[in-house]
Design a protein around this ligand. Structure first.
Ligand SMILES: C[S@@+](CC[C@H](N)C(=O)[O-])C[C@H]1O[C@@H](n2cnc3c(N)ncnc32)[C@H](O)[C@@H]1O
Length: 346
């Protein structure tokens, strides 16, 4: 079962970090970031530590607020957030034409929410790869409960250097995860290597759009808020990703920012003024109640020292994402479908 109670949230803060070390992990994590004087080069050099500290600290908040899938989704009128999220997952499965018997890789799988949904939707065997040990542990527990532990598994490894032979997989996808890579080209080259020739890679990428102005101070602040609130070293431009895919050897079948298409934009549920009963915890009042709860739980030592600070940078993320989306300078759903040509070797 998902850990969605306030006590689960409190107990989970820190993931694999010793509870007594949570505060010092928060200090170290914050110092990586621009708002605390951190430099992009250092974040990139330490990208595994940046992401792992972030997910150790933040995962129980994600499960509490979002459930088992750690991605956003756009919606159409009458659709709940959950329905939108499932459609987002089914879309990537349909683009990859997944069918029974295929061996699929989920690159940066979180605790496996999309992996379980896609495996059941398409009858495929999926390997989930994540660099975070806590995600592997939670993912394995949830796979057992969902009854997909015989067909799906988890591997703890860095997607910049994967422990798989060349030409292993029939398909690969990445949902809001390769944004953690310090270098898109090196990451895509690695995905290209493990895919069989003729097979496809699809992703939802986090990007700054062409409307982002690096000389605009407000734009830069929004970008920095998104980075600290989501464990990112830097956010690339859409055009840089397509260039990186092509340089890695992929044929780009199609690509598009799916953000602007829907009735209800992906950032709508980060609007603090919105009211919703079905996703109450992501509303302004819901977040305020969570803040009070976390403060109380930290005060009575049921949550480790530093938990309130984690919630603060997650709120910063929500504000940055909302503003980035509203001003159309950022998208978390730059979609592409790419193919490894048959003729080229890895
Ligand atoms: C935002 S979560 C998305 C998880 C999942 N795709 C979902 O939608 O629920 C990003 C995932 O990427 C993983 N990740 C970050 N950096 C990684 C790296 N260098 N190698 C492998 N996984 C990484 C994180 O551990 C996390 O599981």
């Amino acid at each position: 079962m998902s850990k969605t109670g306030a006590l689960d949230l409190a107990a989970g803060v820190g993931g694999t970090i010793e509870k007594s070390q949570v505060l010092s992990a928060v200090n170290k994590y914050e110092k990586y970031h621009t708002c605390y004087g951190g430099k992009e080069e250092e974040r990139k050099a330490e990208y595994r530590d940046v992401a792992n500290k972030y997910y150790d600290l933040a995962t129980s908040f994600y499960e509490y607020g979002w459930g088992e899938s750690f991605h956003v989704a756009r919606r159409w009128k009458g659709e709940s957030l959950r329905e939108g999220m499932k459609r987002h997952e089914h879309f990537i499965a349909s683009q990859l034409a997944l069918k029974p018997g295929l061996k699929v890789l989920d690159v940066g799988c979180g605790i496996g929410g999309p992996l379980r949904e896609i495996a059941r939707f398409s009858y495929t065997c999926i390997t989930g790869l994540t660099d975070n040990a806590y995600h592997v542990k939670r993912g394995q527990e949830l796979n057992r409960i969902a009854g997909v532990d015989k067909t799906c598994n988890f591997v703890k490894a860095d997607f910049m250097q994967m422990p798989f032979p060349d030409n292993t997989f029939d398909a690969a996808y990445a949902i809001e995860s390769t944004c953690h890579a310090p270098d898109a080209y090196e990451c895509y080259k690695e995905i290209y290597r493990i895919l069989k020739p003729g097979q496809h890679f699809a992703a939802y990428e986090w990007c700054m759009t062409d409307s982002f102005d690096p000389n605009n101070q407000e734009h830069r602040k929004i970008k920095a808020d998104i980075e600290i609130g989501n464990g990112l070293t830097d956010i690339r431009l859409t055009g840089q990703l397509i260039e990186a895919l092509k340089r890695a050897g992929f044929e780009v079948i199609w690509e598009k920012d799916l953000g602007p298409d829907s009735d209800i934009p992906w950032y709508a549920h980060m609007d603090k003024k919105r009211l919703s009963l079905t996703s109450f915890r992501t509303t302004g009042i819901g977040r305020w109640i969570t803040s009070l709860t976390v403060k109380a739980l930290e005060y009575v030592r049921l949550a480790p020292e530093g938990s309130v600070r984690v919630q603060e940078f997650l709120l910063q993320a929500g504000d940055g994402l909302y503003e980035g989306g509203r001003r159309e300078i950022f998208t978390p759903m730059y979609f592409f479908l790419a193919r490894k040509p048959i003729s080229k070797s890895p």
